[in-house]
Ligand binder design. Structure first.
Ligand code: HEM
Length: 400
């Protein structure tokens, strides 16, 4: 089991696209089992999932205590106790402070012009690729890789290595343990070397400001900083690539009527991006895991001290008490309440604004440049890339 989440990867038979994944039944927190058979609780209602993610009595670090749930034989980056996501309280805050300013909505808004130009550059070469084109390899993957690389001051020569390491960082457990360990050791050594380089020669990139803030803060273990760099590289592109690919599969496969409006109206594309993020889960997770430090009441149920709880955000995002069901399919209607797709509470996604912006610009400009874009393969023929927290098409052939 991954302590990050209860995953269903490895399920037999063809996998459904993620927008068709069945939600669990809504109700008070109830006992469940993780895929490895260990016991846990499942929170499915919006208010309950939010509480589990926000209440300080539920923690991530506790999952890695010696009496915590078993870890996979070769844990990926997501299960490393050095990762910011796996710290709680003051230690977590100290690390998070070093980055917080870089990711405010205002800061991200300033990046819009160069992100738009990366989108345009990728779209400009698509026609020369010949038809059909794999929109994952040519657009959905290189866009977020180029964005996070530019933010971190890395040039294109690093892209392939970053992608290789990220595949292992989010390994679903099917890769040989030795390979995962080697890839992660290389990845964190890369992170450490990059930190050292920016300490020697600071620039105006994210790693330089991270080093500056960390040195001012003082006392942050170097391993945690190196993991933070790797987490940003991997988390900063894998989830955005996944969202964009899965959104395109849904839009082109089932919602072609939305394409003209996405093309015509950038603001409407932003609303649609928000709703797609809300509607399509990143992967087969049954929820984000936390462990109770003490007995806690959630939704009228007492969760015992030491219990593992899964906040099932995919199901909570469809809670009929909060989100009206008939509007689920109206992509251009604003959400009734904040989505839980970026989590909630102290670990709320630092890249949420960046991810929204990338998705908005990508969908708007792709639709505007290619009004006749269509799938060039049956949706059922999609082959899936399985990660510990995400699932997306290996390739998606399109034509126009
Ligand atoms: C569609 C894209 C994305 C989605 C759906 C997503 C989703 C999430 C979720 C659900 C969490 C919290 C998990 C939990 O509490 O259980 C999270 C945390 C995080 N995300 Fe994202 N993310 C996306 C893109 C990004 C990007 C682009 C970046 C950075 C450039 C990023 C950086 C982070 C970081 C650093 C954390 C950990 C925060 C902490 O532990 O304090 N994410 N993300």
């Amino acid at each position: 089991m991954s302590a990050a989440a209860g995953t269903l990867s490895g399920s037999p038979g063809p996998l459904p696209p993620l927008h068709r994944l069945e939600s669990a039944v809504h109700g008070p927190p109830r006992p469940t089992t993780m895929p490895d058979g260990s016991p846990a609780w499942l929170a499915t209602r919006y208010a309950d999932a939010r509480q589990v993610l926000s209440d300080h009595r539920f923690g991530r670090a506790l999952l890695y205590a010696p009496d915590g749930p078993p870890l996979p034989e070769a844990p990926g980056l997501v299960d490393s106790p050095d990762l910011m996501f796996n710290q709680d309280g003051a230690e977590h805050l100290r690390l998070r402070r070093t980055l917080r300013r870089a990711f405010t909505p205002r800061a991200v808004a300033r990046w819009r012009p160069w992100i738009a130009s990366i989108v345009d550059d990728l779209l400009a070469v698509l026609p020369a690729r010949g038809r059909p084109v794999d929109v994952v390899a040519e657009f959905a993957l290189p866009l977020p890789v180029a964005v996070i690389s530019r933010l971190m001051g890395l040039d294109a020569s690093a892209h392939e290595r970053l992608r290789h390491w990220s595949e292992y960082a989010f390994s679903d457990g099917s890769r040989p343990g030795e390979e995962v360990r080697t890839a992660l050791a290389e990845f964190t050594a890369f992170g450490a070397a990059l930190l050292a380089e920016r300490r020697r020669e600071p620039g105006d990139d994210l790693v330089s400001s991270l080093v500056r803030a960390a040195d001012e803060e003082g006392g942050i273990p170097e391993a945690q900083l190196a993991h933070l760099v790797c987490g940003l590289v991997a988390g900063g592109h894998d989830s955005t690539m996944t969202m964009l690919s899965n959104s395109l599969l849904y839009l082109l496969g089932e919602r072609p009527e939305c394409w003209p409006r996405l093309a015509a109206d950038e603001e409407a594309a932003g609303t649609a991006a928000g709703r797609l993020l809300h509607l399509i889960p990143l992967g087969d997770d049954r929820g984000s895991a936390r462990r109770a430090a003490e007995e806690v009441e959630v939704g009228g149920v007492l969760i015992p001290a030491g219990a593992v709880v899964l906040a099932d955000c995919g199901t909570a995002n469809r809670d009929p008490e909060v989100f009206s069901v008939h509007r689920t399919e109206d992509l251009f209607a604003p959400l009734e309440a904040p989505t839980l797709s970026f989590g909630a509470g102290p670990h709320y996604c630092l890249g949420a604004w960046l991810a929204r912006l990338e998705l908005q610009l990508a969908l708007h400009r792709l639709a505007a440049e290619f009004p006749g874009l269509r799938l060039a393969q049956p949706p059922e023929s999609v082959e899936w890339r399985l990660g510990s927290t995400s699932r997306s098409p290996v390739r998606l052939l399109v034509s126009w």
